[in-house]
Design a protein around this ligand. Structure first.
Ligand code: FES
Length: 580
């Protein structure tokens, strides 16, 4: 795609606030000058909002103030006026009931933060899972020149000489304690080894996946995704982004120029190549919805189907993000896609040029971390979308994290009505369950939990674990942490809380999963299914007020990206009239 830069100089939107000698202009300049800003900074140069998701309750992003200062240096150098603006920071590790419930609230706040204030361009400082999609969703709905900068992953964790991956080893150690293979004291000892530095999860979890997605979409400078949070090159990335965004404003290079259907195809194929998180499905559908791009679940299956997973990182493989960076990082993977004919090479990036120009000289310095295609973790790494009478609107499964032998399976359902029911009964030795059963959990979807908790990878019953079994087929309308693994069918749509067929599965029903044929079938007659659905009633009362009510009443299904129905689309960046 050829981009034609706009003419410069021209009047920018920030001049609607700062230009002239009117009372209003003096009002806006005067207040800004209380920060010690010289008069010539209001002379028509690009004003760059540095949207900062720093929060001490979002530890993955707690180092972002440093990067904000680096962006600022770059903006000043390039002749812009940088302003750091804190925005709502959603922490995966702390927010209740789920971080996902607040992704849309953050996106809404970001959108209005940008549109309502004196900005010409935006740099989004992101990191922890939801901060990346929420800021890009909000920015895409405004469509001012935008670059994303990730905070970067934590350093590798180690416990007793072994690599410890964020999240992945939390599940592993927790199962080991339940199986009697690890003591509770050892688990606590391991805790300190998991999070060694500032930064986001060091596995190919959702944060690393989404950092890779925004790079593959063309919304970051090349190489952004994998640089460790504490590596000096992360600061350089922020600094260079500050320089670049000023030129993007002058050129008027906007998200709508970059976020094309071709860009989403590049991202979906990249997700398959990196063994990325299933959460990317929901977030990319939501981002596409903000851009008016008609992206569907089927695109995920169609585009990712023949892409091998070549990045050997936990949870699918054995290494961590630090090693991914040393091995060449995402540019090396995108280059591989290009060489295999799986890349839209002309797709535009924030650089102003085609993605191929950014990656064609990338090197691979460790081919055990970035594998040759013939040694791929799986030859078909894309997200699988299964459908059937149990998931008419689709459900997803990540093959690279699943057990091949379980991807075709028929088993007796053991049903948990919600996460509390699961927690109450899973450790009961009298629970009638074995490894051939299919674990089913309801009411954990976007509306159900609410906020689609990351509980789809239900831990196995202790009596199964003690046999040395580590995987069973699990089905729910929940999400799964990108750091988790297993033969786990997620995002079943419509969800149980909307009266989808998942709501009426009963313990003892037989369920068939056939990944090769993309099928998920509840083995009861159509008449029986219809009768059960007709008798279904919602399990919980809807919220009576506050954001929870807004969310409940408007959130769409997982197959639509779980955005709110009134937030889809781009509402532009027109400047509202003066209020004084
Ligand atoms: Fe924040 Fe994993 S909990 S990135």
């Amino acid at each position: 795609m050829t981009f034609k830069p706009a003419k410069w100089p021209r009047k920018l939107r920030s001049q609607e606030w700062f230009a002239g000698t009117s009372k209003d202009a003096i009002y806006h300049r005067s207040w800004m000058k209380n920060q010690g800003l010289p008069a010539d900074l209001f002379d028509g140069r690009p004003v760059i909002g540095i949207l900062n998701t720093f929060s001490e309750l979002n530890p993955c992003n707690a180092h972002l103030n440093d990067l904000a200062e680096r962006v600022k240096h770059g903006v000043y150098e390039a002749g812009g006026l940088p302003v750091i603006v804190p925005v709502f920071s959603v922490s995966e590790s702390g927010f209740r009931p789920t971080a996902m419930m607040f992704r849309n609230l953050a996106a809404m706040a970001v959108e209005e933060t940008i549109r309502g204030q004196q900005m010409d361009g935006v740099v989004c400082l992101v990191g922890c899972d939801k901060t990346t999609p929420s800021l890009l969703m909000g920015a895409a709905s405004v469509d001012l020149p935008t670059i994303m900068v990730s905070g970067g992953p934590m350093l590798n964790g180690y416990y007793r000489g072994e690599r410890v991956g964020s999240g992945t080893h939390l599940w592993k150690f927790s199962e080991a304690v339940k199986a009697g293979e690890m003591t509770a004291e050892e688990f606590v000892e391991a805790e300190a080894s998991m999070s060694r530095s500032p930064g986001s999860c060091n596995t190919m979890g959702t944060a690393s996946t989404m950092a890779s997605m925004v790079e593959a979409l063309g919304m970051t400078l090349s190489g952004n995704a994998a640089i460790p949070a504490v590596d000096s090159r992360r600061r350089v990335m922020a600094h260079l982004t500050g320089r670049r965004i000023v030129q993007m404003v002058k050129d008027d290079l906007k998200p709508s120029d970059i976020l094309t259907r071709e860009a989403f195809q590049n991202a979906i194929r990249t997700n398959a190549a990196i063994g990325g998180s299933t959460n990317a499905v929901i977030h990319l559908l939501a981002i596409a919805g903000r851009c008016g791009i008609d992206l569907t679940l089927n695109d995920w299956d169609d585009w990712g189907r023949d892409v091998p997973t070549i990045v050997n990182l936990m949870p699918s493989g054995k290494y961590l993000m630090e090693e991914f960076f040393y091995a060449g990082g995402l540019p090396a993977v995108i280059k591989r896609l290009g060489e295999a004919g799986l890349l839209n090479k002309d797709a535009l990036t924030v650089s102003g040029g085609p993605v191929w120009d950014e990656v064609k000289d990338a090197r691979i310095d460790n081919d055990d971390v970035i594998l040759p295609a013939e040694k791929a973790l799986t030859q078909s790494g894309g997200i699988v979308v299964v459908r059937g009478n149990l998931a008419p609107d689709g459900a997803v499964l990540k093959p690279s994290a699943a057990t091949p032998a379980l991807m075709q399976h028929r088993g007796r359902a053991v049903v948990f009505e919600d996460i509390d029911d699961y927690k109450a009964r899973i450790e009961d030795e009298a629970l009638d369950i074995d490894e051939t059963c299919v674990m089913v959990m309801k009411n954990c979807g976007p509306r159900g939990y609410p906020g689609m908790a990351e509980v789809g990878n239900m831990g196995l019953p202790p009596k199964v674990l003690r046999k040395g079994i580590t995987d069973m087929v699990r089905i729910s309308d929940a999400r799964m942490s990108g750091t988790a693994y297993g033969t786990v069918v997620l995002h079943t749509s419509p969800e149980a809380a909307r009266g989808g067929p998942l709501a009426v599965v009963r313990t003892g029903d037989m369920i068939e999963l056939d990944v090769a044929n993309r099928r998920l079938h509840l083995d009861i007659s159509d008449e029986e299914l219809a009768a059960r659905l007709a008798a279904w009633k919602p399990a919980v009362e809807p919220p009576s007020g506050g954001y929870a009510k807004l969310y409940h009443d408007h959130v769409q299904g997982a197959d639509k990206g779980a955005d709110m129905d009134f937030l889809t689309g781009c509402r532009g960046n027109a400047v509202a009239r003066e209020s004084h």
